[in-house]
Design a binder for this molecule. Sequence first.
Ligand code: FES
Length: 234
Amino acid sequence: MRLVEHPILQFQRGRRVMFTFDGEPVEAYEGETIAAALHAAGIRILSRTRSGAPRGLFCAIGKCSSCLMTVDGTPNVKSCVTPVRDGMVVESQTGPGRLNPDFRPQRAPARTLGAQVAIVGGGPAGLSAAQTLLEHGVRPVLVDENPHPGGQLVKQTHKFFGSRAERAGTRGVTIARELISRVRDEVELLSQAQALGLYEDGSGRTLVVAHGRRLTLIRSPYLIAATGAEERFL
Ligand code: FES
């Protein structure tokens, strides 16, 4: 089942695509995540623990490990934040998954990027930091692991409570939209990018980021870690 109407959110259905799940064809629409398309097809179990217990969607925003699947040969892909692509091969996995020893991902040569400040995390803290830097004439590079910035705000359709100074009465999704619109045109945004490590040598600091099919080396004297919160499994 797919929602076509929602009292708060609007959906735009993309082009129809097909992918396979454990060898069976599944219909999807561009813009959907793998997990969303599987749910729409009635598939709830995405992976299993080592002991065989079923795992499925939990946080749905890339902040746990409940939806890990093997995608095009790569294990441990967060299917709740990975967009579907025509022809994708998606497989359920058990435990940590297995990497085929013959699998050779195609990698492009690394590129180097200079930045006054690098921010890791595109949620409310990272976006607010970017906005403040821009107000002071500093143009940061923003690294975020999700397809769209906004962090946990993107699932908060409720109105905030508490103090007016902290946006009480405003929906989280609205706050995300506002923050993004303030910085979108001026920051360099690397989406679906994972910060792997920060290295220092005699000539300065380098933040190493996996982005698409290549590594991006961000040379920046300053780093803001705005990685937010995530659920921890017991
Ligand atoms: S359900 Fe995908 S990371 Fe939590």
